[in-house]
Design a protein around this ligand. Sequence first.
Ligand SMILES: C[S@@+](CC[C@H](N)C(=O)[O-])C[C@H]1O[C@@H](n2cnc3c(N)ncnc32)[C@H](O)[C@@H]1O
Length: 199
Amino acid sequence: MSEHYYSQNPQSKSSPRKWYYQLRGKNFTFESDYGVFSKHEVDYGSRLLIERFEAPLVPGGLLDLGCGYGPIGLAIADSYKGRGVMLTDINERAISLAKKNAQHNGVTNVEFALSDRFSNLSGRQFAAILTNPPIRAGKKTVHQMFEDSKNNLLADGQLWVVIQKKQGAPSAMDKLKDLFGSVNVMDRSKGYYILMAKK
Ligand SMILES: C[S@@+](CC[C@H](N)C(=O)[O-])C[C@H]1O[C@@H](n2cnc3c(N)ncnc32)[C@H](O)[C@@H]1O
């Protein structure tokens, strides 16, 4: 049976691989595996989001929503050591890899939660939420993530999203405009858009 990277509990065979990547000037070692998005290198869109992100002045924690094996949350946590960063995913294998990757890279200002969107975050509020959303889970899920994100941002908090034009950037922009009143295009490269909406 074919399996998507957003399966809750991937049954596919496991073949962990370790590889290296530089993000925000730091060399990371990552372990990834079958059943988890983007196997042997950091996704181009995630890299763009990681390099472009600037935390808002609002004090508070940051959230990597749909963290996979953890590149976004871990790179951001390493850059913003004074902030706590929460990494969440619906996929158990992703969360266990993200935890291992935090340990291997000495990133300690992080927390993890296995969660379908915000279901296990018990109303926590964040200064910024970053996401490379699960396009294959469908537009309804992705747009619901944007709505939930708005509800879980502190006042003046920011939602940062990377999305490809051909995978729904225009409709994501419309949805974010409806929800937040406006949306900023912070960067564009190779068909990927970095969008930022402020609460
Ligand atoms: C495009 S991948 C990005 C993964 C990782 N952030 C990266 O940059 O490599 C989207 C992630 O969202 C997760 N996901 C899918 N549906 C979800 C849901 N309902 N709640 C939380 N995470 C979900 C998937 O398991 C996947 O890891």
